[in-house]
Ligand binder design. Structure first.
Ligand SMILES: Nc1nc2c(ncn2[C@@H]2O[C@H](COP(=O)(O)OP(=O)(O)OP(=O)(O)O)[C@@H](O)[C@H]2O)c(=O)[nH]1
Ligand SMILES: [Mg+2]
Length: 394
């Protein structure tokens, strides 16, 4: 797909091997049996994930399919410690969820700016022979190898972190609202699926406060099974603290539309029903007072509602007030919302659908591994330098 909004990537990560401990005997003029002095190997580099709020997509990772930390250096003579391998940090936008690409297992998620999560641990360096000297073996002729590296292919998925997520059929007026209340300007048009990529807008509220609203592509019946833009974007509202349902006032049956939308969310992930909801009946400029009263009588009663018009500005301030008060309803609720974000249940991916999903995202091809182990072998030759002469000494 031709887009810069990348919210799904597969990459391969490797930590570094631990360096080998050295097996070396001290040698110096007039000291014939200097004893073991082989140093320890350095540890291999770790691979970390780091939340970075300057990133909004995973696009940068499309250009970096391999993230390999470097290996620890081998120990040397005179107790010299091998250098530690360099760590690698993978910067990801806040809201990135990581899965094992082979098993679909959920690994971790990164939600905050600056949050650091270790993905792969570098191998420990091996101990040099000086550690192994005992009273019965004062010149051990062995040292520990370093621990091996770890390798993992992961899928990273971005789930947007916004306070308010818009939920509605195509053409409901979602983008028009985002245009009206925020500085973001998603495209608006009188045909379905104008919005193909999610975007977020910051809504400034009274007293310099603000909240973040996510505009996502319209949902249609069957979205949870993959119809329309389907699943691809439902995941973006998983993380929103509050859902704003948007249904046009000129729809035949508002309640029916609401039920369909609720059903799609529930099928996708039942936890979605736990979120706070608000209903906006949009395009109210097309309705007169009498009609509004009639419609009002039949609106679903499990959530607060407002008739709005983003075009004329009707009830837009009231809508912001309502969203704000819902977002901040009782101190503990806010806490609960952030808790919910933290503990959002990420289900493992179903192995049967994983392959289809990868194909869908164009990420089903194997990543070619540039194997650096050949280079390793050369290093091992270097080692012989200080391993072999030892025999001459004795
Ligand atoms: N009369 C009237 N028309 C509106 C209002 N809000 C949006 N529209 C019109 O409805 C159509 C769809 O608006 P969009 O904001 O693009 O709808 P959307 O929900 O973002 O649609 P998708 O991106 O396709 O999901 C456009 O022709 C808008 O001009 C409103 O308050 N009043
Ligand atoms: Mg739109």
């Amino acid at each position: 797909m031709e887009t810069n909004f990348i919210d799904y990537v597969k990459i391969i990560c490797r930590s570094g091997k631990g360096g080998r401990g050295s097996m070396h005997m001290h040698r110096a003029k007039y000291i014939p049996n200097g004893g073991p002095d082989g140093g320890d190997g350095g540890r291999g580099g770790h691979v970390y994930l780091r939340g970075n709020r300057n990133y909004w997509t995973l696009l940068h990772l499309r250009y970096e399919r391999h993230v390999f930390a470097s290996h620890g250096g081998n120990g040397g003579k005179n107790g010299s410690h091998g250098a530690d391998g360099e760590d690698r940090y993978i910067d990801v936008p806040c809201g990135t969820v990581v899965y094992d690409a082979e098993t679909g297992r959920f690994i971790c998620d990164v939600t905050e700016d600056g949050q650091v999560v270790m993905l792969l641990k570098g191998g420990r360096g091996g101990m040099g022979n000086k550690h192994f000297a005992t009273s019965t073996n004062q010149a051990p002729r062995f040292a520990q190898p370093g621990e091996p590296m770890q390798e993992l292919t992961v899928i990273m998925e971005l789930k947007m972190l916004a306070d308010v997520g818009l939920v509605g059929f195509p053409n409901a007026g979602k983008s028009t609202l985002v245009n009206a209340v925020s500085s973001a300007h998603p495209k608006i048009a009188g045909y379905p699926f104008t919005t193909l990529e999610p975007s977020v807008g910051v809504v400034s509220y009274r007293d310099n406060r603000s909240f973040v609203m996510a505009d996502i592509p319209g949902i249609i019946e069957g979205a949870s099974e993959g119809k329309g833009l389907g699943l691809r974007f439902l995941r973006h509202i998983e993380r929103n603290a509050l859902l704003l349902f948007m249904i046009p006032g000129d729809t035949d049956d508002i309640r029916h539309d609401y039920d369909v939308l609720m059903n799609e969310l529930a099928t996708y992930n039942p936890d979605m029903l736990e979120k706070r909801r608000v209903l906006a009946v949009t395009k109210a400029d097309l309705l007169d007072d009498e009609l509004m009263q009639m419609l009002e009588a039949d609106l679903p009663d499990d959530l607060p509602h407002l008739f709005i018009s983003a075009v004329t500005g009707f009830h837009i301030t009231e809508l912001k007030d309502l969203l704000w008060s819902q977002l901040n309803a009782e101190e503990h609720l806010h806490y609960a919302a952030s808790q919910a974000q933290q503990t959002l249940v990420h289900r493992d991916k179903d192995l049967n659908t994983l392959q289809a999903e990868l194909e869908d995202e164009g990420e089903d091809e194997d990543i070619i591994i540039i194997d650096e182990d050949d280079i390793e072998d050369l290093e091992e030759l270097d080692d012989l330098d200080f391993v072999e002469p030892m025999d001459d000494d004795r």
